[in-house]
Design a protein around this ligand. Sequence first.
Ligand code: ASP
Length: 295
Amino acid sequence: MKPVILTHGGAGRPTPDAPESEGARAEAVKACAQACEAGTPWLKSSGSDVALEAVIAAAMVLEDDPRFNAGTGANLRLDGSLELDASVATSDGRFAAVACLRATKNPVLVARALLTTPHVMLCGEGATRFARQQGFAEASMVTEKALKRWKAARERLASGRLRPYEQGWKNIQFHGTIGAVARAADGTFAVSCSTGGTSMMLPGRIGDTPIYGAGVYAGEHGAVCATGHGELCIKRMGAFRVYTRMAQGLHPQKAIDLEVADFPQPYEVGFIAVSREAHGMGATDGYMPCFALEA
Ligand code: ASP
């Protein structure tokens, strides 16, 4: 089977107060390409679990890039705290996730470490303690840009000048969650996903990223990673919905296009997906930096 890796840098339309320049968009796609490049050596190697290693290597590149809302540079909660969600899944049925993890540079590595335990999910204090026990040092990932976004979110909340999709909170604006899916030559699949959440959220809020079937899913027919409005993605089981369509024989692009079209407006969603024969990527109005690279 032809190995391939796909990455994304989060779904989300530009807004009047946060317009997207052509340059920024091109840079984000370039970063997604670099993340794919970090994964391809694994896909070319002959070891076991190379799809998982590939998606972890790719996710780490984007977690370490302060322009994305994951790891370093992740969004702050409304109280100014920073909590991170991440997950990994493989086509042989393994899954592990951390939610509301604090002060840890690469949440995706903590999720991977959890694969070696009987648990599938840890959250908050327990997740953070587990990270330290596993040797992941305490780190600050708060950037100037994240602080600016946080202040802007608080101002919008205080003034009531919420964006169209912030009306339930009014809801959410999200940019730059990251994720990767891969198919290895041996026909195995894996997915990784990592986020700082949305732009307006309470401490303790958990989105779709660490939820099996919502933010990520992998099985014998492929792997899927979601980004976008986490609450709706959980309720719709977004990643599983796309996967199910692929399992029924739909091309990944078609499976994604259908779910993006069905997603309630004005909420945004995006997916990357890989099947045995093909791959696809797409988001609401096309706003999602992403890249695919064959190894
Ligand atoms: N889905 C993520 C969340 O709700 C946000 C995103 O994808 O940008 O936490």
